[in-house]
Design a protein around this ligand. Structure first.
Ligand code: SAH
Ligand code: SF4
Ligand code: F3S
Length: 461
């Protein structure tokens, strides 16, 4: 059963609980770990909580409903969430009416849910990522019947439309266009926790974007584990063009792309709509050795990857590129690793997100031979950044003394001065000063200094 949280029944139940428990307003707090997909899901969770009658809390200490939206991508992410979860044991003692839930990717793993059932009695519910729409039902059982709910293994493969997001930003919006993943990269837990790939109807996506732009949104981020393998009645390049054709002054970003789906058709659309589609591409390489790429089941070679990089740079001058790298994949020899370093020198990415391989239960790589010692992995990681950091800095140098368009995100007072922060169309972080700057607007900034990965400048009229 799916509860309509807007229905009077649910609100009444929470209202009764509120009156019964304390007579004061009940509040919620949501923690988010992991990727943008989770950020977007947390916006949905916040909306569900508000529909139930909860108000937002400033911190978890003052909340009656605490939800951890978790990530399972690496062991470290899981450990962080589990130790945070542990801290609610004492809060629950102080406030027996506290409802704690653990949802998201960790909640799709049997061993974790078993552990929570047995050892974390103060956790009222868990919900796997594709079952978040059932959170209100679980909260309700906890509040009214003090019952625990564990929603796992129930993913129907359908997309539940119509859950609105309580958007955190007025000018930037995340729009999920597809869910799940079919690629089964051998190291990755995502296909297991998020299920099979499924794409939303293009008409639903386009009308959502239209609505957002009409409401003043300046940046739309199209989200999916594999955005560019989006496929419904139309494919991703067509979807991108249709969104780009919407009237209005806004920019479109998308992530994450898989090299296998990065076609000339897609790059041509980016070129055609260069005013609307950001000249930025996150293209995860993962490894520079063909042998390791094949063990990872990435289905492209370093040669093909380099071709894509060249095509992007030829067709979209000034484009910035970022990538993901995993060091210490099982069987990665020193020679393989040197090939990754070599690819970084060849491709010269603007930014690299690099991770030490983390073995995930149930994945193919976990069962492979040749697991690498942590000391070797961390040594490789620091050697990687020794190569990449100067490249990232050098990639920023051409911005010096140039004028860039920046979407203003935030402002803070520093030493009596108001410093604004925003991003260029190429996704570079810019800190700048200026008069009459408004958050959520595009502004022109003259870059006067490069500070590591960031640009420093002054707003110009
Ligand atoms: N769908 C995206 C993002 C996946 S998760 C993609 O295909 O790129 C983000 C990044 O985490 C991955 O690109 C990969 O570099 C890293 N990652 C995934 N599984 C990992 C693991 N088991 N150990 C270390 N890093 C991992
Ligand atoms: Fe994981 Fe690969 Fe799917 Fe990305 S494409 S989510 S790395 S399995
Ligand atoms: Fe983590 Fe799940 Fe995203 S595992 S990276 S939160 S899809």
């Amino acid at each position: 059963m799916i509860l309509d949280t807007k229905s009077v029944g649910v609100c009444d139940a929470i209202e009764n609980a509120r009156a019964h428990i304390t007579g004061r307003n009940l509040r919620y707090y949501v923690y988010t770990f992991g990727c943008q997909q989770n950020e977007a899901d947390s916006e949905k969770i916040r909306q569900m909580a508000e529909n139930m009658g909860y108000l937002s809390a400033d911190c978890s200490e003052s909340a009656d409903l605490v939800i951890l939206n978790t990530c399972a991508i690496r062991e470290h992410a899981q450990m962080k969430a589990m130790s945070l979860l542990g801290t609610f044991k004492s809060q629950k003692k102080k406030n027996p009416n506290l409802v704690v839930g653990l949802v998201g990717c960790m909640a799709a793993k049997d061993e974790i849910v078993k552990n929570i059932k047995a050892k974390f009695p103060f956790v009222s519910f868990t919900a796997e990522p594709n079952m978040l729409h059932r959170i209100p039902e679980a909260v309700l059982s906890a509040v009214t019947e003090a019952e625990r709910t564990f929603i796992i293994g129930e993913d129907s493969g359908n997309i539940v439309e119509g859950i609105t997001q309580k958007r955190t930003s007025a000018h930037k919006a995340m729009v999920s266009i597809m869910y799940g993943c079919n690629n089964f990269c051998t190291y990755c837990v995502v296909p297991y926790v998020r299920g099979r790939e499924r794409s939303r109807d293009s008409s639903a996506i386009i009308s959502e974007c239209k609505e957002l732009v009409r409401g003043g949104v300046k940046e739309i981020m199209l989200l999916g584990q594999n955005v560019n393998s989006y496929s419904s009645d139309i494919k991703f390049p067509e979807l991108l063009s249709r969104i780009a054709e919407l009237e209005g002054d806004f920019i479109i970003r998308f992530m994450t792309s898989h090299p296998k789906d990065t076609t000339s058709a897609l790059i041509d659309v980016m070129k055609k709509y260069s005013g609307k589609v950001a000249p930025y591409f996150h293209l995860p390489l993962q490894a520079g050795s063909n042998r390791i790429l094949s063990r990872m089941n990435r289905t492209y070679t370093r040669e093909r990857f380099w071709e894509i990089v060249q095509e992007l740079r030829e067709k979209i001058p000034g484009i910035s590129l970022s990538t993901d790298i995993i060091v210490g994949f099982p069987g990665e020899s020193e020679e393989d690793f040197l090939e990754t370093l070599d690819m970084l020198k060849i491709c010269r990415f603007d930014l690299v997100y690099a991770f030490m391989y983390s073995s995930r239960v149930g994945t193919a790589a976990a069962k492979m031979d040749g697991h690498i010692a942590d000391t070797v992995k961390s040594d490789r990681l620091s050697r990687l950044f020794e190569i990449q950091d100067p490249i990232s800095y050098e990639k920023n140098l051409p911005y010096l003394d140039s004028y860039v368009r920046v979407l203003v995100d935030s402002a803070e007072e520093r030493d009596g001065e108001r410093i604004y922060t925003g991003r260029t169309d190429t996704n570079k972080l810019v800190h700048f000063t200026g008069d009459a700057v408004s958050i959520g607007e595009f502004i022109s900034v003259k870059i006067k200094k490069i500070c590591g990965f960031d640009l420093i400048g002054d707003a110009v009229k």
